[in-house]
Structure formats: C-alpha cells, structure tokens
Ligand binder design. Sequence first.
Ligand SMILES: NC(=O)c1ccc[n+]([C@@H]2O[C@H](COP(=O)([O-])OP(=O)(O)OC[C@H]3O[C@@H](n4cnc5c(N)ncnc54)[C@H](OP(=O)(O)O)[C@@H]3O)[C@@H](O)[C@H]2O)c1
Length: 286
Amino acid sequence: MAKKFKILVTGANGQLGQCIQRVSGHLEHELYYFSSSELDITNKSSVDEICKKINPDFIINAAAYTQVDKAEDEEERAFAVNHIGVRNLTDYCKQLNCGLIHISTDYVFDGEKHSPYIETDEVNPQTVYGRSKLAGEVEILDAKLSKFAVLRTSWLYSAYGHNFPKTMLKFANDRDSLKVVNDQHGSPTSAHDLAEAILKMIPQLTSENSGIYHFSNGGITTWFGFAKALFEQRGVEIELIPVTSEEFPAKAKRPKYSKLENVSVAECFDLEIENWQNALDKTEFS
Ligand SMILES: NC(=O)c1ccc[n+]([C@@H]2O[C@H](COP(=O)([O-])OP(=O)(O)OC[C@H]3O[C@@H](n4cnc5c(N)ncnc54)[C@H](OP(=O)(O)O)[C@@H]3O)[C@@H](O)[C@H]2O)c1
C-alpha cells in the first residue's frame, strides 16, 4: 500500500495552492491548507506553532511574493516573503526533520542563454523578485535538509488567480486587436501539471535525489505565440500584433530567454511532462 503522508501547504489561495487542492482530492495523503491570512510565513513563531501542531511529513511552500514589477519598489517585502519566509520554513524543517518542496523561478537566470537552462547553470538574477527568490533557494540548499526539492518553473498559469492567458481572454472581450511581445522566449507552464508533479514527487523523494529541479511544460514559444495558441484553441477571433519588448516597457527587466530544461525531473521522478500546447488546451479558464 502506498505510504500516506501529512502534507502542509502554504499560500493555499494562490494559483499553485488552488491547483494542489484541486488535484489532491483522490489521494490518500492528509493535506492541510493555509492561506496567507491563516499562516503568514514571515512570522516565525506562527510558522513554528502551526507546523508543530500539524507535524507534517512534508511542507509544500506555494506562498510567495510574485509581483515582479511591484517588487522593484517593495524590495523589503519581497525579501521578507521570498527569503525570510522560506528561512522560517527551512528552520522548522531542519529542526523537525520535515521534507520541503519549494517553488522557484526562471528569474534567477539573466536570460542571456540561447539554449535551455539546466539546473547547474550559473544564476544571475536581474530583478528584485529574482534576487529574493534566489535568496530563498540558497537558504534551502544551505540547510542541507534530508528531503527537499526546489522546483524552478516559468510562465505559470491556471484557471485561478491572475495570469497571462486569463488577461488575454479578458482583453479579447472588448478589443479587436492586441499587441503582444514576440521577443521573449520561454515555456508556459500549467500550475495544474506542476501540482500533479509535486504530489508524484513527494513519495519518491530521498536524501539522494533531493536538490534543485526545473519543471516547465515541454516546448518553447513567445508571449505572442502563447496568445496565438490560446485564441486559436478557443476559436477567439482577434488581430494579434507582434511587438518587441522595447515597445512594452516594464519596471522589472524580463529575461529574453528562459526555457528551463525539464529532462532531469522527468527522468528522476518518472514524470510524463506534457507539451505546453496540450497543457493549455486542457485548461479551462473561468
Ligand atoms: N506566476 C508565475 O508566472 C511564476 C513563474 C515562475 C515561478 N513562480 C513561482 O511559483 C510559485 C507559485 O506561484 P503562483 O503563481 O501560484 O503565485 P500566486 O498566485 O501569487 O500565489 C502566491 C500566494 O502566496 C501568498 N502569500 C504571499 N505572501 C505570503 C506570506 N507572507 N505568507 C503566506 N502566504 C503568502 C499569497 O497570498 P495573498 O494573495 O493573500 O498575498 C498567494 O496566495 C511561487 O513561488 C512563484 O514565485 C511563479
């Protein structure tokens, strides 16, 4: 019989948190979900108190400060959540020998590569958000937990929360044409697929295979290609105009290229990772 784990999920109302709730229903594990108001990961005593009460085998940290542009003006807050919050969870996990699954980002890289980023590539974040997420990664690696996975992902979307395809579909309701950036390359990733992968990885995690992994759906595209596929799949008629990043200035610098190579996680945990177009096709946006 498969082993049953107690799993505590932080950031339960975020995109990934909600996808984990959605996909875990049929599993034997006991899952305990905490939204930001129920468990603020920046509050160490609250982290210790709640975690000790639940006594989980694993924590999935789906909590994060994710507002990339706003982070440029809110550095302290971004680091409080993405660095100190992760340290609080890591300290607990180390003390009580609890496993930790943490989610990181393609923004730890500078986007200057021209082939898929592998786990050992040099990091060089260009934004406050990227630096704060890297600081969280470093906390976990330094702690040398007996069971952990840092999963870097990219271009996350789902039926929940705010994300690119939902914004595109909303715009398409009241516009005839849309300009979309066509010179940034990456892999759209279904938060539903990431949630399923995390839950498959947990029973297989050992001290030998713990580490950093890249998880994104297969293939590569641009934001323009992503929008085009989205509208084609859903039969939305709209004129799409490809533009450069310079025509869409943003406060935080976007990586030009951030495809994450997912072979290592797929092989190590026996995951079948879907192509981004198929994953998108399966997603229902409300
Ligand atoms: N979205 C992307 O495109 C993307 C790309 C690459 C990597 N990632 C990473 O993937 C992970 C999941 O992202 P997501 O898109 O699901 O993010 P999300 O939808 O923004 O959800 C993050 C959740 O964290 C919660 N949170 C914020 N501060 C907290 C705190 N101090 N204590 C506890 N919870 C807190 C938020 O609650 P409130 O809403 O109440 O603040 C929110 O529910 C994150 O680690 C993110 O960095 C995301």
